[in-house]
Design a protein around this ligand. Sequence first.
Ligand code: UDP
Length: 234
Amino acid sequence: MKYKRILLKLSGEALMGEQSYGIDINRVMQYANDIKEIHSQGLEIAIVIGGGNIYRGLSAEKAGMDRVQADYMGMLATVINSMALQDALEKVGLKTRLLTAIKMEQICEPFIRRRAVRHLEKGRIVIFGAGTGNPYFTTDTAASLRAIEINADAVLKGTRVDGIYTADPEKDPSAERYDKISFQEVYAKGLNVMDMTAFTLCQENNLPIIVFDMNKPGNLKKLAEGEDIGTIVS
Ligand code: UDP
């Protein structure tokens, strides 16, 4: 295995699968099986999930809602997704803990860094819910922050495209995928990998970001074994 401890970032939208809203259980089960595969090889896995399939603060603000209120709603949406994934992970036999940045003691533990690390050392999958716990941030930033805090070897950003391209591959057929790219080059070329706050956190703390297609079963394992799929930013 190429890594010992990883932080996997999944977008909320990816959980929709073919649906236009909510959670596609088949998709969540596929993710759980993929995660089980790499866990059985001894990898320590922490996960951050977005909430975009349910609620996005920025969109609600555009529709007239108070931004802070809407962002808290977005953070709660990530907890719903986290609970769905937790359930699927336990269905495939994994031990899990959900730790959230907003206290909800009936359903999860509060985020405490040392506790998160201890769970990982014991082989439990740790899911970080409720983003950073602060409005005006994103779950990409939560992923970068938590990855740094738990000393992860990399952030694996699972998306529906298989890496970073010279242009948007869905619009420009001549777009080519990078295998590797530096943080500097991403800035210089204005490529969109994560929002700037999340991206800068990774750069300043020398934390590699790997963008890959999580929707293809088996890709996570290939990546963990060091196969050249996706794009690595380092
Ligand atoms: N959010 C927030 N602070 C955080 C993380 C998330 O306020 O630290 C809110 C924000 O409103 C965001 C929503 O939660 O729109 C869902 O998260 P995100 O958009 O990052 O989800 P994704 O795009 O990954 O599905």
